[in-house]
Design a protein. Sequence first.
Length: 272
Amino acid sequence: MRPDEFLRALNLLPAPLHVRALPLRRYVHRTTCADCQRIGDAVTLAITAAKYDELDSAGELLGTAERLTTAHGSACRPQPDQERGRGRVGRWAAASVPVVAATDASWKGRAGGIAYVVSDGHYGLQGRGTGRLDPTGASRVLINELRAADFLLSAYEEAPAGMTVLLDSMVALRWLRRSQAGEVSAMPAGYSLRQRRWADRPTPVRLAETVSHWSDLSFEHVKGHSGHALNEAADGLSHMARRRVEETFDVRPRAHALVDAFLHDWHAALPH
């Protein structure tokens, strides 16, 4: 259960159950701790039971969660959610055509967004603010274009055979092609390689190593804002992710509908 789904469900609980469930919300997340997982499962089941008016069962399940919490103590650190911001339009999964993806990034003020769209229906979008280790100027633009490419490739343990990745940034394209050829040490100007608390390696370092080992992967240029369906979809998602940093709206249905519409145009334009 996603955090936003949990909070909406929590608000539907009767007041006595709501008061008991609220302190347990920190356990409803992905974790490697088996005890935390058991507590989170009990809370989720309690909310589900309450949804179907099984209030006695909901109370018992919350009691179980509370006892487990007393024995275990504070919730452990959440495990990063690798699926956050990702989705898939299922009707394009079976299309027997070469796999083509497009990535893009958007930045305005102190808010940014990255995104990707794949011809098989996969897509992803993430918003972010300015980090203290981020460079400024042209390097900031390049870094976010590379983050978008890394966001795409990190969705796969193994990239689909022969996948082509389209970018509208020539600077990012040249960087990726150099990395694929083995030049993995060149970093964008002004980018700090200091150790991150949230990752074992900075994104460009990880990305350069990744593409250097994926020979069956090609990067191509596409002109931005030229009507190319996949590029337009990635552009739209990156703008949506950027806006979501500063605005409140339900991004998932909008993203799904946008991707589906542009993929329809993409597949319709293919030779049959």
